[in-house]
Design a protein around this ligand. Sequence first.
Ligand SMILES: CC(C)(COP(=O)(O)OP(=O)(O)OC[C@H]1O[C@@H](n2cnc3c(N)ncnc32)[C@H](O)[C@@H]1OP(=O)(O)O)[C@@H](O)C(=O)NCCC(=O)NCCS
Length: 165
Amino acid sequence: MGSIKLKTMPIKSLNKVSLRPAVDLDMKLLFLWVNTPENLASKIETSTPIVWADHIKWFKLCLESDHCAIWIAEKRNHALGQVRVERHKDGDLHIDIYVDSPHRVLGIGTEILNLAKENVKQLWPGEPLVARVKKNNTSSLKLFQKCGFKFISEISDYIVFVMRD
Ligand SMILES: CC(C)(COP(=O)(O)OP(=O)(O)OC[C@H]1O[C@@H](n2cnc3c(N)ncnc32)[C@H](O)[C@@H]1OP(=O)(O)O)[C@@H](O)C(=O)NCCC(=O)NCCS
């Protein structure tokens, strides 16, 4: 499935946010974003900063894998955030989203999550998409519910949501 990983760049309208597949050159930007305190605080399995060598290994594997997709959200060629979908060890597709802090609460998270849902339908038709959100992450809880994700369960300090086709 890697070869059809929505590799073509989308046609952009200047004022719209678009998603494009991540490329090698995004490695550093994604490293900076993943290690921001608020992003680390939102993680379920990783709470300590990720080291560069691990990030390189993980990022390269992800770009080559049929079980991972990373998209960069852009407007006027300016990177605003990212969406990542990765097959978790439980076999399900898990989604992660990040909007860079100056661009938050402007509806960009909503826009890019909806775009990513369409990409996921094409890449992995019929597969449910799982989001695990910490109970104290108000913006993310609102975001996933607003975009149609349904509550499934509450486990320790996080809530599991699922989106089905
Ligand atoms: C979660 C995140 C992606 C939301 O991005 P965003 O661009 O701010 O989202 P939107 O502007 O589309 O807002 C979505 C909803 O959340 C609400 N919201 C956003 N930030 C909020 C905040 N700080 N407090 C309360 N509500 C908030 C918005 O008002 C909107 O709800 P509404 O339509 O009912 O008004 C962003 O805050 C982020 O990157 N956080 C750090 C990483 C993270 O937590 N990722 C999620 C991992 S599960």
